[in-house]
Design a protein around this ligand. Structure first.
Ligand code: TXA
Ligand code: MG
Length: 318
């Protein structure tokens, strides 16, 4: 029997009983548990095989709940919350003592967002605790953008995936932290740096890939398909140079002449970066199932969501 279900009451009961339930959001699916239940949160780390030094995002449904997890909220954070919540923006704020160390990896800050997905907002409204939820993929695998992706990863380890359809944004939230009056972009995501800057002025960008555990959330190797995945300068010449290979092609807006055993996905024929971002992970999932020799992609425009796409491609092709 499938673990995918639309039964919100069942999801609520499982979460109240200390279980992990996969939930939909507009960015990617998350593996959710009650932030105040230590053994439930530990299950998230076990299921994901995620190191404990990597803190989790807390999902809430309104600003009253925000007061229960964060204190001393900077003006710029208020402005961003006002503009982008519910939505794909995570704010890193000073935490309340009541937020367990397991959630924040012992840091004095907590990452928090209000997701923009009617199913999960409805669920959160019926719970009297917020939900910790990292992306619902095994550590280092591609984030899931459909309930089926999650079931494919975790059908043996999860009791339930709450059905919420295909994620409309398809890339993780953008993460912003604060240092005094300065806003710092810690992770490029579904809201472009330009959009955030139009609200709060110049951002410092600290999205650099690293393998040092001291910089949680910025591990360089991330989001990879199992099939070898590389970025090439020129897709058509690469295909011409490797006529015998079964190649998967992920391109921005152009089509190419391919051989019969290859497959191409054009993310946005009209050249819309938001559409391309929303389909990037699903195209990686799809091609990864085809038993190809390799998957190739290209550089996207270095602006708006093209920068978030390039960031994920550079991590996945390492
Ligand atoms: O779109 C998203 O944000 C999805 C959905 C499910 O909401 N969640 C997600 O979670 O991407 P995850 O765990 O895959 O990524 C969360 C990132 C991690 O890289 C973590 O290091 C960072 O947020 N993070 C969490 N708490 C933090 C904190 N207090 N300071 C700095 N970074 C933090
Ligand atoms: Mg993740």
């Amino acid at each position: 029997m499938s673990i995918i279900s639309s039964d919100i009451t069942k999801a609520k009961e499982l979460l109240e009983a200390g279980e992990v339930v996969a939930i939909p959001t507009e960015t990617v699916y998350g593996l959710a548990a009650n932030i105040f239940n230590e053994s439930a949160v530990k299950k998230i780390f076990d299921i994901k095989q995620r190191p404990l030094f990597n803190p989790l995002i807390v999902h809430i449904h309104d600003l009253t709940q925000l007061q229960k997890v964060a204190i001393e909220i900077p003006e710029k954070a208020k402005k961003l919350a006002d503009k982008f919540w519910p939505g794909p923006l995570t704010l890193v704020l000073k935490k309340r003592d009541t937020v367990p160390d397991l959630i924040t990896a012992g840091k004095d800050t907590v990452a928090v967002r209000i997701p923009n997905h009617s199913v999960s907002l409805n669920l959160l409204k019926h719970l009297d605790f917020p939900l910790a939820a990292p992306s619902a993929n095994p550590f280092n695998a591609i984030s899931p953008t459909s309930a089926e992706h999650v079931a494919h990863y975790f059908s043996d380890q999860l009791k339930m995936v709450l059905q919420g359809g295909t994620c409309t944004r398809g890339l993780e939230s953008s993460i912003v932290a604060f240092d005094g009056d300065e806003a710092i972009l810690l992770r490029l995501g579904s809201i472009s740096a330009e959009e955030i800057e139009s609200e709060v002025g110049k951002l410092s960008i600290m999205n650099k890939a690293t393998n040092k555990p001291t910089a949680p959330g910025m591990l360089s190797k991330h989001y990879s398909p199992a099939t070898p995945f590389i970025k090439v300068e020129n897709i058509q010449s690469f295909i011409n140079d490797h006529p015998k290979k079964k190649i998967g092609i992920i391109s921005f807006n152009e089509g190419f002449k391919i051989n019969a055993h290859s497959t191409q996905i054009i993310l946005s024929p009209s050249g819309d970066l938001r559409e391309a971002a929303s389909k990037l992970y699903s195209s990686m999932h799809q091609l990864d199932l085809l038993d190809l020799d390799l998957i190739i992609t290209e550089s996207f425009p270095d602006r708006d969501l093209g920068r978030s796409i390039n960031d994920r491609i550079s991590r996945a092709t390492k």
